[in-house]
Ligand binder design. Structure first.
Ligand code: NDP
Length: 342
């Protein structure tokens, strides 16, 4: 039996999401890895408990998280029913559709047919009547943007999603999507791009656009899938994302150049009396456009360490200059195909 900590709202920082009235925790938890059927449900449960006890109210999912696809939502649904049934109004739950989910022509990309069927499936798997945020997971170059945005509008009007969002859309496509939805009376709450010290594409124009349009920003893979922690400073641990076969973090991304950067950044983190993971998260949060960092984890301890980033968010100009020497594009942006669509 789980009873949430009475102190869960004592230390977390909550930021308004763009110009909306909705606050997000500065650190949110994503269920992409380590919540599927191939991993321990007891560990998944412990991570959700730890997160909620620390004031993490936002849990991010997608239809295809697992493996197998769909199982992260089913497992999250089990944990909700078992432990958090009475806390639905304290939770912000998001899901997405866009990537490959089921066979045939209607199981991926951005058609109205796919998005609305997928949202219904997600709600069923999680045992929910509505999600708080429903995202278009990626831009679809072969479907009119009006159609994809129309599907988001329908989900919003049906009350199956309280807010809608975009993920990995370029600045230009974000503006177009925003304009289409605005004309229909639906605000784009949030954008979910990848952003970290080794992947800075959003700085080119996306963050300025989001700031101008009043859209909030939640950055995924802020630890570069674990590369921006101390775990790869020595040999690659077997039980790490890069150590396991067939995960989204290929060993090939741990190039000599990237390892040099990571080691130098680790030294800077030490002088700030933070772990590298904590500095990487504080660094993403330094930009005023950022509402939340969307972390992943494989243990409750990692979540605790990562939330500790909030104890030291301020950077001096000298620190930022020093970080800039090493915080350079490490060719790790696996989602560029979507955001490269200009
Ligand atoms: P991170 O960059 O935070 O990487 C998380 C991984 O890093 C963990 O699973 C763990 O891996 C390792 N790690 C985390 N904290 C520590 C620590 N303190 N010390 C050592 N290692 C640590 O994020 P993810 O790549 O997992 O993505 C986070 C979320 O973002 C996803 O769950 C999903 O919700 C969202 N996302 C969205 C996408 C989109 O297209 N919209 C795409 C990708 C992610 P290990 O197993 O090695 O311990």
């Amino acid at each position: 039996m789980y009873t949430p900590s009475e102190h869960r709202y004592d230390t977390m920082l909550y930021n308004y999401c763009g110009t909306s009235g909705l606050k997000l925790p500065a650190v949110s938890l994503g269920l992409w890895h380590n919540f599927g059927d191939i991993t321990s449900l007891a560990n998944a449960r412990a991570m959700i408990h730890t997160a909620f006890d620390l004031g993490i109210t936002h849990f991010d999912l997608a239809n295809n998280y697992g493996p197998p696809a769909g199982s992260a939502e089913s497992n999250f649904g089990k944990i909700l029913a078992q432990d958090l049934g009475g806390y639905r109004d304290e939770l912000l739950i998001s899901t997405k559709a866009g990537y490959d989910m089921w066979s045939g022509p209607y199981g991926e990309w951005g058609s109205r047919k796919y998005l609305l069927a997928s949202l219904d499936q997600s709600l069923k798997r999680m045992g929910l009547e509505y999600v708080d945020i429903f995202y278009s997971h990626r831009f679809d170059p072969n479907t009119p943007l009006e159609e994809t945005m129309g599907a988001l509008e329908t989900a919003y009007r049906q009350g199956k999603a309280l807010y809608v969002g975009l993920s990995s859309y370029s600045a230009k496509k974000t503006r177009q999507a925003h304009d289409i939805l605005k004309a229909r009376g639906v605000p784009v709450l949030i954008h979910q791009p990848s952003y970290s010290m080794l992947n800075r594409w959003v700085e080119e124009s996306l963050l300025d656009t989001l700031g101008e349009l009043g859209i909030g920003t939640i950055c995924f893979s802020p630890l570069a899938q674990g590369m921006l922690t101390d775990k790869y400073l020595g040999a690659i641990p077997e039980e790490s994302r890069a150590g396991k076969e067939g995960t989204s973090l290929s060993k090939a991304l741990l190039t000599e150049e990237n390892l040099k950067r990571i080691k130098a950044l680790n030294e800077i983190a030490r002088t700030r009396k933070q772990s590298l993971a904590q500095m990487a998260l504080s660094w993403v949060l330094r930009r005023k456009e950022i509402t939340s960092v969307l972390i992943g984890a494989s243990s409750p301890e990692q979540i605790k360490e990562n939330v500790g980033a909030l104890d030291h968010l301020i950077f001096t100009d000298d620190e930022l200059k020093e970080i800039d020497k090493y915080a350079q594009d490490g060719n790790i942006n696996l989602w560029a195909r979507s955001s490269d669509e200009k």
